[in-house]
Ligand binder design. Structure first.
Ligand code: G3H
Ligand code: 13P
Ligand code: ZN
Length: 334
């Protein structure tokens, strides 16, 4: 049985992106796999009145079950209202959909937005598959994110050693032919907590920390020039906060040389046509750091609520920080 996202109280991304591009801020797209992450995302968004995109990856579907995640997102809308957010603007988005069938099943199942990631295919095949997904999704007013260019590292199950920046000369043709609603681009970000090798970085002489190379803002500028006002998406945008890396390492973890995208670069991107910024790894780090710390300090605790509560609080703090101090989406969904 088909269900429309509208019946679930969700919204698609069309209006939130149009406002974000115009207003010079970005919408947070946070991945979730469990209840504590979802609670923290909703609490942070409700408190700051920020539109938010809840992202479900293929890995999340395998881990938590698509049905359960869908009903959790539906519950999240009601929870947001309970927290005093009168008109929650919450989208439920498929992250890195890799087939027409998967995207169709999400559209039929109440998702308000889907990503078809055909970026590893040759250009014409990417166009063809994206167009097919758009044709179906638009019948139900579901918005579609597509991708051009390949991010370095592991893009879900698509392994790639190097990053292939998006070619600005391709974007007009791609958007025209596919009619996608937003475009994920490659300008030097990548997924996970190890975005750059130590060899690609310099070292801060004072702290000894790795300093990553800057993003390719010239490529972003060239894309913006080709597609004025068109919504651009940045994947792999976790900052890998050193406080969480340290917290993990101090309490038994082993995350050597973890490094992310500096926040000032994300702030700069959010002010441009980049209107969706994807963050997953930072939530993983906040959660794991807090759990490690709690268990190390309280070796007798074995009730999951005892260590998941501080983990949830740490994630909420991190989400609020991103919304208010990095993306600037606070107060945009009153
Ligand atoms: O793009 C990757 C996201 O961080 C999702 O990761 O496939 O491990 O759930 P995942
Ligand atoms: P991070 O690994 O940088 O959090 O990126 C997440 C992402 O792009 C999800 O699609
Ligand atoms: Zn991604």
């Amino acid at each position: 049985m088909k269900v429309s996202f509208k019946e679930l109280g969700l919204v698609n991304t069309r209006e939130m992106f149009a406002k974000a591009v115009k207003g010079g801020y970005a919408i947070p797209a946070f991945n979730f796999n469990n209840m504590e992450q979802l609670q923290a995302i909703i609490q942070a968004s409700a408190e700051t009145k920020s539109p938010v995109i809840l992202q479900v990856s293929k890995g999340a579907r395998n881990y938590a079950n698509q049905t359960l995640l869908r009903y959790m997102a539906q519950g999240a809308v009601e929870y947001a209202k309970e927290l005093g957010w009168k008109k929650p603007q919450i989208a439920l988005h498929l992250d890195h959909g890799d087939s027409y069938e998967l995207c169709k099943s999400c559209v039929d199942f109440g998702f308000s937005s889907v990503m078809i990631d055909a970026s590893s295919l040759p250009y014409e095949e990417n166009v063809k598959l994206t167009r097919k997904v758009v044709n179906y999704a638009h019948k139900y007013d579901v918005t579609v994110e597509a991708e051009l260019g390949v991010l370095a590292g592991v893009e879900d199950e698509v392994a790639s050693e190097v990053s292939h920046y998006t070619k600005p000369e391709e974007v007009i043709d791609f958007v025209k032919k596919t009619k996608c609603d937003s475009l994920a681009i490659s300008i030097g970000t990548s997924h996970g907590a190890y975005k750059f090798t130590p060899e690609q970085c310099t070292r801060d002489p004072q702290t000894g920390r790795l300093v990553p190379p800057p993003l390719a803002f010239d490529v972003l500028k060239a894309i913006e020039k080709k597609l004025p006002g068109f919504p651009i998406v940045l994947h792999g945008s976790s900052s890998v906060p050193q406080e969480y890396v340290d917290m993990c390492n101090q309490y038994g973890g082993k995350l050597p040389n973890a490094v992310g995208i500096p926040e000032e670069q994300l702030r700069k991107a959010a002010k441009s046509a980049v209107c969706k910024i994807n963050i997953d790894s930072d939530s993983r780090l906040a959660m794991t750091g807090a759990i490690r710390k709690h268990l190390a300090e309280n070796p007798g605790h074995f009730d999951p609520r005892q260590y998941l509560k501080p983990a949830r609080e740490e994630m909420k703090k991190m989400y609020v920080h991103k919304i208010v101090n990095v993306l600037g989406s606070n107060g945009k969904a009153r």
